[in-house]
Design a protein around this ligand. Structure first.
Ligand SMILES: C[S@@+](CC[C@H](N)C(=O)[O-])C[C@H]1O[C@@H](n2cnc3c(N)ncnc32)[C@H](O)[C@@H]1O
Length: 307
């Protein structure tokens, strides 16, 4: 059985890649995902608008094809309903039509790895897949990660927007909170940029160990736990929250509460056309806009607590 695996090809809106990939990491024995139409240009990943997500599922427990198909249909139906009820539209999600195939193991994981390379987020920040030997340029901060295991591989625009905000606005010695830390990439970057203390939480229990392992891999200390902003009692100088727009709007009050007076927060995960919902929420909480940074169809806000 270990010689077999399942390959699922799912039609999605490529903008939603990571969100949809998370469904498979959370619910199945998922080894990795790739946007099938991805190509590389100058070491940067460039996705086509084709939008076929390839999902590699292990078959260690010998599930029959029909069992797995049934489970996938159920999980996708429930997830879709949840997204629609939270304000995403059918168009934003894509059709989610899929084909599931049982395949012989042809060392596909090696093939999958070949698709990844160093991601240069800025001139000074590079994310390096942990099987690649990379010699950083002078003054360059590198983060070693295993792509595809939890959200936060450094290739997604929403992650990069937060990384840019950290580079530009976080001060050495700042205490930093990373709400929805996923792989821990932002926490690790904050620590490498000189944060004195970094706390991260996530409401998905499957990412906590991944984030802890990534911190060890990068020789930094961060405090990671299962949780949400409303449970945090400490206040911070800089807060990162890269979570979808409707979640940001729901938890804006909790996010504000963990900011010290004059603290900054990077809000990311926002499709440009959904930005009004987030603006309304931070204005409601009396947070002041410092800068809006855009990348492709995504936007992010850096806001300050001024009350
Ligand atoms: C888009 S990923 C961001 C991961 C990483 N911080 C990055 O920038 O790449 C969002 C993460 O937030 C988590 N999340 C979603 N809603 C949350 C909430 N209300 N509180 C805490 N974490 C949440 C998800 O489980 C996911 O790991």
């Amino acid at each position: 059985m270990a010689d077999l695996y399942y390959e699922l090809r799912l039609q999605i809106n490529p903008e939603m890649e990571d969100l949809i990939a998370e469904i498979f990491f959370e619910n199945f024995d998922c080894e990795g995902v790739v946007l099938a139409e991805e190509t590389y240009k100058d070491l940067e990943m460039v996705s086509t608008t084709e939008g076929t997500l390839k999902v590699f599922l292990r078959n260690e427990y010998g599930d029959s094809y029909e069992d797995l198909l049934y489970d996938i249909e159920n999980v996708l139906d429930l997830s879709r309903e949840e997204f629609l009820s939270r304000g995403l539209t059918e168009d934003e999600l894509g059709s989610w039509e899929f084909i599931l195939e049982e395949k012989e193991n042809q060392d596909w994981s090696k093939k999958w790895k070949e698709k990844w390379d160093v991601t240069h987020v800025t001139d000074k920040i590079a994310v390096v897949p942990d099987w690649i030997e990379y010699q950083p340029k002078e003054g360059e901060v590198t983060i070693k990660l295993e792509p595809g295991c939890a959200f936060g591989t450094g290739t997604h625009q929403t992650t990069q927007l937060c990384m840019k905000a950290l580079e530009k606005y976080m001060k050495k010695g700042d205490e930093v909170a990373d709400i929805g830390m996923g792989s821990g990439i932002l926490s690790i970057l904050a620590k490498k940029l000189g944060a004195s203390f970094v706390y991260g939480c996530d409401n998905d229990e499957t990412v906590i160990d991944v984030a802890r392992e990534n911190a060890v891999k990068n020789s930094v200390e961060c405090e990671f736990e299962l949780g949400t902003a409303d449970k945090v009692t400490k206040q911070f100088d800089f807060v990162c929250a890269n979570i979808l727009h409707f979640v940001l709007a729901e938890i804006m009050g909790d996010l504000k509460n963990i900011m010290k007076l004059e603290a900054l927060m990077s809000l990311s995960g926002i499709l440009y056309e959904k930005r009004d919902m987030v603006i309304e929420a931070y204005e409601r909480e009396g947070l002041e806009l410092v800068e809006e940074i855009q990348q492709d169809q995504w936007t992010s806000f850096i806001v300050r607590r001024v009350d």
